[in-house]
Design a protein around this ligand. Structure first.
Ligand SMILES: Nc1ncnc2c1ncn2[C@@H]1O[C@H](COP(=O)(O)OP(=O)(O)OP(=O)(O)O)[C@@H](O)[C@H]1O
Ligand SMILES: [Mg+2]
Length: 344
Protein backbone atom coordinates (compact mmCIF):
# COMPACT_ATOMS: atom_id res chain seq x y z
CA UNK A 1 0.00 0.00 0.00
CA UNK A 2 1.19 3.49 -0.85
CA UNK A 3 2.57 5.60 1.95
CA UNK A 4 0.85 8.81 2.99
CA UNK A 5 3.01 11.80 2.23
CA UNK A 6 0.89 14.90 2.97
CA UNK A 7 -2.23 15.46 5.03
CA UNK A 8 -3.63 18.86 4.22
CA UNK A 9 -5.99 19.75 7.06
CA UNK A 10 -8.48 22.58 7.50
CA UNK A 11 -6.55 25.23 5.55
CA UNK A 12 -8.06 28.70 5.69
CA UNK A 13 -6.65 31.74 3.98
CA UNK A 14 -7.89 35.29 4.36
CA UNK A 15 -6.65 38.32 2.50
CA UNK A 16 -7.13 41.83 3.76
CA UNK A 17 -9.65 43.67 1.62
CA UNK A 18 -9.05 47.25 0.60
CA UNK A 19 -11.09 49.74 2.59
CA UNK A 20 -13.85 51.27 0.51
CA UNK A 21 -15.15 53.76 3.05
CA UNK A 22 -13.17 56.21 5.13
CA UNK A 23 -12.53 55.00 8.72
CA UNK A 24 -14.32 51.71 8.09
CA UNK A 25 -12.45 48.52 8.84
CA UNK A 26 -12.78 46.18 5.85
CA UNK A 27 -13.83 42.59 6.37
CA UNK A 28 -11.09 40.13 5.41
CA UNK A 29 -11.85 38.10 2.29
CA UNK A 30 -11.88 34.34 2.80
CA UNK A 31 -10.15 32.85 -0.20
CA UNK A 32 -9.67 29.30 1.14
CA UNK A 33 -12.22 27.69 3.43
CA UNK A 34 -11.47 24.52 5.36
CA UNK A 35 -9.49 22.71 2.69
CA UNK A 36 -8.53 19.14 3.62
CA UNK A 37 -7.22 16.20 1.59
CA UNK A 38 -4.64 13.42 1.83
CA UNK A 39 -1.92 12.67 -0.62
CA UNK A 40 -0.07 9.38 -1.12
CA UNK A 41 3.47 8.94 -2.35
CA UNK A 42 3.86 8.78 -6.12
CA UNK A 43 0.34 9.86 -6.98
CA UNK A 44 -0.97 12.88 -8.86
CA UNK A 45 -3.77 14.90 -7.36
CA UNK A 46 -5.23 17.57 -9.62
CA UNK A 47 -6.98 20.71 -8.46
CA UNK A 48 -9.55 22.15 -10.86
CA UNK A 49 -12.02 25.02 -10.77
CA UNK A 50 -12.72 28.36 -12.39
CA UNK A 51 -10.34 31.29 -12.34
CA UNK A 52 -10.21 32.91 -8.90
CA UNK A 53 -11.44 29.86 -6.94
CA UNK A 54 -8.17 29.76 -4.99
CA UNK A 55 -6.04 27.09 -6.71
CA UNK A 56 -2.79 29.08 -6.80
CA UNK A 57 -3.36 30.41 -3.28
CA UNK A 58 -3.77 26.84 -2.04
CA UNK A 59 -0.61 25.70 -3.85
CA UNK A 60 1.36 28.59 -2.40
CA UNK A 61 0.06 27.89 1.11
CA UNK A 62 1.09 24.23 0.82
CA UNK A 63 4.66 25.05 -0.25
CA UNK A 64 4.76 27.79 2.39
CA UNK A 65 5.29 30.50 -0.23
CA UNK A 66 2.61 32.40 1.68
CA UNK A 67 1.29 31.76 5.18
CA UNK A 68 -2.10 30.11 5.54
CA UNK A 69 -4.32 31.90 8.07
CA UNK A 70 -4.84 28.57 9.83
CA UNK A 71 -4.53 24.86 9.14
CA UNK A 72 -2.00 22.08 9.14
CA UNK A 73 0.03 20.26 6.49
CA UNK A 74 1.43 17.07 7.97
CA UNK A 75 4.42 15.99 5.98
CA UNK A 76 5.55 12.38 6.37
CA UNK A 77 9.21 12.97 5.70
CA UNK A 78 10.49 9.50 6.57
CA UNK A 79 8.88 6.35 7.87
CA UNK A 80 7.25 7.15 11.21
CA UNK A 81 8.27 10.79 10.95
CA UNK A 82 5.45 13.31 10.71
CA UNK A 83 6.04 17.06 10.89
CA UNK A 84 3.65 20.00 10.58
CA UNK A 85 5.17 21.72 7.57
CA UNK A 86 3.07 24.87 7.92
CA UNK A 87 3.68 25.56 11.58
CA UNK A 88 7.34 24.62 12.03
CA UNK A 89 10.02 27.09 13.09
CA UNK A 90 12.63 28.54 10.73
CA UNK A 91 15.36 26.09 11.60
CA UNK A 92 13.13 23.10 11.01
CA UNK A 93 11.79 24.62 7.81
CA UNK A 94 15.33 24.90 6.42
CA UNK A 95 15.63 21.15 6.79
CA UNK A 96 12.42 20.30 4.94
CA UNK A 97 11.84 23.06 2.38
CA UNK A 98 13.86 21.25 -0.30
CA UNK A 99 11.29 18.45 -0.20
CA UNK A 100 8.29 20.45 -1.42
CA UNK A 101 8.74 22.57 -4.55
CA UNK A 102 6.52 24.52 -6.93
CA UNK A 103 6.57 25.11 -10.70
CA UNK A 104 4.67 28.16 -11.92
CA UNK A 105 2.52 28.80 -14.94
CA UNK A 106 4.42 31.38 -16.85
CA UNK A 107 7.87 30.28 -17.94
CA UNK A 108 8.45 33.82 -19.23
CA UNK A 109 8.11 35.66 -15.93
CA UNK A 110 9.00 33.00 -13.36
CA UNK A 111 12.70 32.78 -14.32
CA UNK A 112 15.01 35.63 -13.37
CA UNK A 113 16.21 37.29 -16.62
CA UNK A 114 19.48 38.36 -14.99
CA UNK A 115 20.65 34.89 -14.01
CA UNK A 116 22.21 32.34 -16.33
CA UNK A 117 20.30 29.11 -16.75
CA UNK A 118 23.06 27.36 -14.82
CA UNK A 119 22.62 29.72 -11.86
CA UNK A 120 18.82 29.44 -11.98
CA UNK A 121 19.02 25.66 -11.75
CA UNK A 122 21.86 25.63 -9.20
CA UNK A 123 20.42 28.23 -6.81
CA UNK A 124 18.22 25.87 -4.73
CA UNK A 125 21.22 23.51 -4.43
CA UNK A 126 23.45 26.26 -3.09
CA UNK A 127 20.84 27.44 -0.55
CA UNK A 128 19.91 23.96 0.67
CA UNK A 129 23.12 21.92 0.53
CA UNK A 130 26.74 22.48 1.33
CA UNK A 131 28.35 21.38 -1.93
CA UNK A 132 31.67 21.97 -3.65
CA UNK A 133 31.64 23.61 -7.05
CA UNK A 134 32.39 20.32 -8.77
CA UNK A 135 29.59 18.51 -6.97
CA UNK A 136 27.14 21.25 -7.91
CA UNK A 137 28.33 21.18 -11.55
CA UNK A 138 27.77 17.49 -11.74
CA UNK A 139 24.27 17.68 -10.26
CA UNK A 140 23.24 20.52 -12.59
CA UNK A 141 24.57 18.66 -15.64
CA UNK A 142 22.73 15.50 -14.59
CA UNK A 143 19.42 17.18 -14.07
CA UNK A 144 19.74 19.26 -17.28
CA UNK A 145 20.22 16.05 -19.21
CA UNK A 146 17.23 14.42 -17.47
CA UNK A 147 14.88 17.22 -18.51
CA UNK A 148 16.30 17.39 -22.04
CA UNK A 149 18.32 20.61 -21.90
CA UNK A 150 21.56 20.90 -23.83
CA UNK A 151 24.34 21.17 -21.24
CA UNK A 152 26.38 23.39 -23.55
CA UNK A 153 23.72 26.10 -23.39
CA UNK A 154 23.59 26.47 -19.61
CA UNK A 155 25.68 29.64 -19.55
CA UNK A 156 23.02 31.40 -21.61
CA UNK A 157 20.21 33.54 -20.20
CA UNK A 158 16.51 32.55 -20.22
CA UNK A 159 15.60 34.98 -23.03
CA UNK A 160 17.52 32.77 -25.44
CA UNK A 161 15.11 29.88 -24.83
CA UNK A 162 11.63 29.03 -26.11
CA UNK A 163 8.61 28.60 -23.80
CA UNK A 164 8.93 24.81 -23.72
CA UNK A 165 12.68 25.01 -23.02
CA UNK A 166 12.05 27.52 -20.25
CA UNK A 167 9.56 25.21 -18.63
CA UNK A 168 12.23 22.49 -18.76
CA UNK A 169 14.55 24.93 -16.94
CA UNK A 170 11.85 25.53 -14.30
CA UNK A 171 11.37 21.78 -13.89
CA UNK A 172 15.13 21.24 -13.56
CA UNK A 173 15.24 23.94 -10.88
CA UNK A 174 12.36 22.32 -9.00
CA UNK A 175 13.92 18.86 -9.32
CA UNK A 176 17.49 19.65 -8.35
CA UNK A 177 16.85 19.27 -4.61
CA UNK A 178 15.21 15.86 -5.21
CA UNK A 179 11.84 16.94 -3.83
CA UNK A 180 9.21 14.49 -2.68
CA UNK A 181 6.28 16.69 -3.67
CA UNK A 182 5.98 19.18 -6.55
CA UNK A 183 3.09 21.59 -6.96
CA UNK A 184 2.69 22.26 -10.70
CA UNK A 185 0.59 25.41 -11.09
CA UNK A 186 -0.73 25.47 -14.67
CA UNK A 187 2.75 24.26 -15.58
CA UNK A 188 1.90 23.60 -19.22
CA UNK A 189 -0.94 26.05 -19.85
CA UNK A 190 1.20 28.71 -21.52
CA UNK A 191 2.72 26.25 -24.00
CA UNK A 192 1.68 25.08 -27.46
CA UNK A 193 -0.28 21.84 -27.45
CA UNK A 194 2.54 19.71 -28.92
CA UNK A 195 5.04 21.13 -26.41
CA UNK A 196 2.48 20.58 -23.64
CA UNK A 197 2.45 16.88 -24.44
CA UNK A 198 6.25 16.72 -24.31
CA UNK A 199 6.39 18.42 -20.91
CA UNK A 200 3.59 16.26 -19.50
CA UNK A 201 5.38 13.12 -20.67
CA UNK A 202 8.53 14.43 -19.04
CA UNK A 203 6.68 15.01 -15.75
CA UNK A 204 5.24 11.49 -15.91
CA UNK A 205 8.67 9.94 -16.66
CA UNK A 206 10.24 11.84 -13.78
CA UNK A 207 7.45 10.70 -11.48
CA UNK A 208 8.10 7.07 -12.42
CA UNK A 209 11.84 7.43 -11.99
CA UNK A 210 11.88 9.33 -8.70
CA UNK A 211 8.49 8.49 -7.16
CA UNK A 212 7.54 12.16 -7.04
CA UNK A 213 4.07 13.14 -5.82
CA UNK A 214 2.38 15.89 -7.83
CA UNK A 215 -0.28 18.41 -6.98
CA UNK A 216 -1.30 19.43 -10.47
CA UNK A 217 -3.27 22.65 -10.82
CA UNK A 218 -4.97 23.02 -14.16
CA UNK A 219 -8.04 24.34 -15.90
CA UNK A 220 -7.52 21.90 -18.77
CA UNK A 221 -9.64 18.86 -17.91
CA UNK A 222 -8.33 16.80 -20.83
CA UNK A 223 -4.84 17.06 -19.35
CA UNK A 224 -6.21 16.39 -15.86
CA UNK A 225 -7.92 13.25 -17.10
CA UNK A 226 -4.68 11.96 -18.59
CA UNK A 227 -2.39 12.42 -15.65
CA UNK A 228 -4.38 12.32 -12.40
CA UNK A 229 -5.11 9.65 -9.85
CA UNK A 230 -7.38 11.90 -7.81
CA UNK A 231 -9.17 15.16 -8.52
CA UNK A 232 -10.24 17.95 -6.18
CA UNK A 233 -12.89 20.33 -7.54
CA UNK A 234 -12.86 23.79 -5.97
CA UNK A 235 -15.53 26.45 -6.04
CA UNK A 236 -15.07 29.82 -4.34
CA UNK A 237 -12.35 28.61 -1.99
CA UNK A 238 -14.09 25.39 -0.96
CA UNK A 239 -13.77 21.79 -2.05
CA UNK A 240 -17.12 20.84 -3.58
CA UNK A 241 -16.14 17.40 -4.87
CA UNK A 242 -13.19 15.05 -4.49
CA UNK A 243 -12.73 11.54 -5.88
CA UNK A 244 -10.61 9.25 -8.03
CA UNK A 245 -10.18 10.52 -11.58
CA UNK A 246 -12.47 7.76 -12.94
CA UNK A 247 -15.25 8.69 -10.54
CA UNK A 248 -14.98 12.41 -11.22
CA UNK A 249 -15.10 11.95 -14.99
CA UNK A 250 -17.61 9.09 -15.17
CA UNK A 251 -19.82 9.61 -12.13
CA UNK A 252 -19.65 13.23 -10.98
CA UNK A 253 -21.70 13.95 -7.90
CA UNK A 254 -21.79 17.72 -7.90
CA UNK A 255 -23.60 19.93 -10.44
CA UNK A 256 -20.56 22.21 -10.63
CA UNK A 257 -18.34 19.27 -11.67
CA UNK A 258 -20.94 18.29 -14.26
CA UNK A 259 -20.85 21.80 -15.70
CA UNK A 260 -17.04 21.83 -15.83
CA UNK A 261 -17.01 18.41 -17.51
CA UNK A 262 -19.56 19.45 -20.10
CA UNK A 263 -16.90 21.73 -21.57
CA UNK A 264 -14.41 18.89 -22.16
CA UNK A 265 -14.23 18.04 -25.86
CA UNK A 266 -14.88 14.38 -26.70
CA UNK A 267 -12.54 13.07 -29.40
CA UNK A 268 -15.36 11.36 -31.30
CA UNK A 269 -17.49 13.23 -33.86
CA UNK A 270 -20.35 10.69 -33.45
CA UNK A 271 -20.88 11.54 -29.82
CA UNK A 272 -22.99 14.60 -29.30
CA UNK A 273 -22.56 16.53 -26.17
CA UNK A 274 -24.45 19.35 -24.64
CA UNK A 275 -22.40 22.01 -23.01
CA UNK A 276 -23.85 23.36 -19.79
CA UNK A 277 -23.57 27.11 -19.77
CA UNK A 278 -23.45 28.38 -16.21
CA UNK A 279 -25.74 31.36 -16.04
CA UNK A 280 -24.84 34.39 -14.01
CA UNK A 281 -21.47 35.57 -12.82
CA UNK A 282 -18.89 33.84 -10.67
CA UNK A 283 -19.88 35.03 -7.18
CA UNK A 284 -17.72 37.59 -5.43
CA UNK A 285 -15.57 35.96 -2.72
CA UNK A 286 -15.97 39.12 -0.62
CA UNK A 287 -19.72 38.58 -0.57
CA UNK A 288 -20.45 34.89 -1.09
CA UNK A 289 -24.02 33.62 -1.62
CA UNK A 290 -25.96 32.08 1.28
CA UNK A 291 -26.47 28.33 1.65
CA UNK A 292 -24.65 26.43 -1.08
CA UNK A 293 -22.36 29.00 -2.68
CA UNK A 294 -22.99 27.45 -6.10
CA UNK A 295 -26.78 27.83 -5.86
CA UNK A 296 -27.17 31.04 -7.89
CA UNK A 297 -25.81 29.22 -10.96
CA UNK A 298 -27.05 25.69 -10.22
CA UNK A 299 -29.68 24.26 -12.61
CA UNK A 300 -30.93 21.87 -9.89
CA UNK A 301 -31.26 24.25 -6.94
CA UNK A 302 -34.14 24.14 -4.48
CA UNK A 303 -35.07 26.45 -1.60
CA UNK A 304 -32.99 24.32 0.74
CA UNK A 305 -29.86 25.16 -1.28
CA UNK A 306 -30.37 28.88 -0.75
CA UNK A 307 -30.39 28.42 3.03
CA UNK A 308 -28.50 25.33 4.20
CA UNK A 309 -24.75 25.00 3.74
CA UNK A 310 -23.96 21.51 2.40
CA UNK A 311 -21.14 19.54 4.05
CA UNK A 312 -18.52 17.71 2.08
CA UNK A 313 -19.83 14.19 2.68
CA UNK A 314 -18.84 10.72 1.57
CA UNK A 315 -20.81 9.24 -1.32
CA UNK A 316 -22.14 5.75 -0.63
CA UNK A 317 -19.50 3.12 0.09
CA UNK A 318 -16.71 4.85 -1.83
CA UNK A 319 -14.34 6.08 0.85
CA UNK A 320 -12.57 8.33 -1.65
CA UNK A 321 -15.60 10.09 -3.13
CA UNK A 322 -16.93 13.23 -1.43
CA UNK A 323 -19.43 15.82 -2.58
CA UNK A 324 -20.83 18.96 -1.01
CA UNK A 325 -24.28 18.88 -2.61
CA UNK A 326 -27.56 18.27 -0.74
CA UNK A 327 -28.72 16.09 -3.63
CA UNK A 328 -25.47 14.28 -4.44
CA UNK A 329 -27.09 10.86 -4.09
CA UNK A 330 -30.26 11.68 -6.00
CA UNK A 331 -29.15 13.65 -9.05
CA UNK A 332 -28.28 11.75 -12.21
CA UNK A 333 -25.42 13.86 -13.47
CA UNK A 334 -23.61 13.47 -16.77
CA UNK A 335 -19.92 12.66 -16.80
CA UNK A 336 -17.45 13.23 -19.61
CA UNK A 337 -16.88 9.53 -20.32
CA UNK A 338 -13.99 10.28 -22.59
CA UNK A 339 -12.71 6.70 -22.57
CA UNK A 340 -16.17 5.18 -23.07
CA UNK A 341 -16.82 7.46 -26.01
CA UNK A 342 -13.64 6.45 -27.80
CA UNK A 343 -14.23 2.75 -27.15
CA UNK A 344 -17.74 2.62 -28.52
N1 LIG B 1 -2.28 38.81 -2.60
C1 LIG B 1 -3.61 38.84 -2.67
N2 LIG B 1 -4.33 39.79 -2.04
C2 LIG B 1 -5.69 39.83 -2.10
N3 LIG B 1 -6.42 38.91 -2.77
C3 LIG B 1 -5.78 37.94 -3.43
C4 LIG B 1 -4.34 37.84 -3.43
N4 LIG B 1 -3.98 36.77 -4.17
C5 LIG B 1 -5.13 36.21 -4.62
N5 LIG B 1 -6.20 36.93 -4.18
C6 LIG B 1 -7.62 36.60 -4.44
O1 LIG B 1 -7.82 35.27 -4.04
C7 LIG B 1 -8.74 34.61 -4.92
C8 LIG B 1 -8.11 33.33 -5.43
O2 LIG B 1 -7.02 33.65 -6.29
P1 LIG B 1 -6.09 32.54 -6.95
O3 LIG B 1 -5.04 33.26 -7.72
O4 LIG B 1 -5.66 31.60 -5.90
O5 LIG B 1 -7.12 31.82 -7.93
P2 LIG B 1 -6.85 30.71 -9.04
O6 LIG B 1 -7.86 29.65 -8.82
O7 LIG B 1 -5.41 30.32 -9.02
O8 LIG B 1 -7.21 31.47 -10.38
P3 LIG B 1 -6.58 31.31 -11.87
O9 LIG B 1 -7.23 30.08 -12.46
O10 LIG B 1 -7.01 32.55 -12.57
O11 LIG B 1 -5.10 31.18 -11.74
C9 LIG B 1 -9.10 35.61 -5.98
O12 LIG B 1 -10.32 36.20 -5.65
C10 LIG B 1 -7.97 36.62 -5.92
O13 LIG B 1 -8.42 37.88 -6.31
MG1 LIG C 1 -3.90 30.43 -10.44
Amino acid sequence: MAKEILNVKNIDKEFKAKSTKLFSRPKPIKVLKDISFDLYEGETLSIVGESGCGKTTLGRCIVKGIDATSGVVNYHAEKNEKVDYLNMNREEYKKYRKDIQMIFQDPYSSLSPRMSVYDIIAEPLITNFNLTKNEANEKVANIAEKVGLNVNYLKRYPHAFSGGQRQRIAIARALITQPKVIVCDEAVSALDVSIQAQIINLLIDLQKEFGITYIFISHDLSVVQTISDKVVVMHLGKIVEMASVEEIFNHPKHPYTEALLSAVPIPDPNVEKERIILEGEVPNPANPPSGCEFHPRCPYKTDKCTIDIPNLAQIGEDQEHFSACHYANELKLKGARIEDATNE
